[in-house]
Structures are given as C-alpha cells and as structure tokens.
Write a protein that binds this ligand. Structure first.
Ligand SMILES: [Zn+2]
Length: 167
C-alpha cells in the first residue's frame, strides 16, 4: 500500500483540508479587522480632525469602499466556515461508522485497470476492467484504530459547529 493511503495519513490529510479553511477564515478576519479600524479612523477624523488623523485618512479608501471591503471579507469568512462544516460533517459521518474513505478507489471498492484485447482482425483494443481495490480489500473504507477514531470524531464533531457562529 502506498504510504499516502495509510489510514492515519488519509485522516491527517482530511484534517488538513478542514484546517486550511480555518486558516483562511482567520487570515480574512484579520483583514476585516484592519478595514474596520480604517473606518474608525475615518469616523474619528470627521469629529476630531487632528493633523495626524487627517494625514492617515489621505491614504485610505473612502467610507463606501471600506464598507464594501468589510462586507466582502465577512461573506468570505462565512463561506470558509460553511465549507469547513461540510468537510467536517462528511468526515464525521465516515468515522462514526468506523473508517475513512479509501483514497485509491475513492470509496468505490474497485479500481479500473487497463487491459488490451486482440480482435479477430488483429487490431489491439484497449479496455478497462474493474478489479477490487487492494488497499481497502474492496471495502471502499480504511479501518482506523478505535482510540484514533474516538479523538478524530470529537474533533470533527466540534469543528462542524463553527458554521453556526455566523447563522
Ligand atoms: Zn480502496
């Protein structure tokens, strides 16, 4: 078996996909925070136009643009969290049944193998034959040890609730 398709590696890879969404949401939240501070500077510069604030405002987009930038960041965070929820949900349902989807056969339990057939007129015709996947023994699922399953399930079960933050 390819090491990349070992149960532990597959599980780690699936977690990484989920955590990538979280990292992206986190980066976007920092941007939203910065934009919100720029809006605050614009507000302060109206009520208290010190030379320092006026200087800062010069390099900032106007309030309407800042507002649109802020909204687009919040929408992007929502998308990330929704995708995180989806990925966590499907991983949670896989591991709640005791295993994780085999990457080699994508859960089908079979893989296509190229074969060639010689026709009567001596033409060689390629065709695909489906054979049971050797990595998962045709089950489509890689079994995970019980202790790893339990921790993994608690993690994804909690990660999938993050999307509720923005509902
Ligand atoms: Zn397989």
């Amino acid at each position: 078996m390819d090491l990349k398709n070992s149960p532990g590696e597959v599980l780690a890879h699936r977690f990484e996909q989920i955590l990538y969404k979280l990292a992206h949401a986190s980066k976007t939240l920092s941007e939203a925070n910065e934009i919100a501070h720029h809006m605050l500077i614009r507000i302060k510069a109206i009520t208290n136009p010190t030379s320092e604030l006026r200087l800062k405002v010069v390099s900032l987009p106007d309030m309407e643009i800042l507002g649109r930038q802020f909204t687009s960041r919040i929408m992007a965070i929502k998308q990330d969290l929704l995708q995180m929820e989806e990925l966590s949900h499907s991983l949670a349902s896989e591991i709640s049944s005791g295993g994780i989807k085999c990457q080699t056969c994508k859960g089908d339990g079979v893989v296509a193998e190229e074969r060639v057939q010689r026709e009567d007129d001596h033409f060689i015709v390629p065709y695909e034959e489906y054979i049971p996947c050797s990595d998962c023994k045709g089950l489509g699922v890689l079994n995970l040890p019980a202790d790893l399953l339990r921790s993994a399930y608690i993690l994804v079960d909690n990660l999938k609730s993050t999307a509720n933050l923005l509902r």
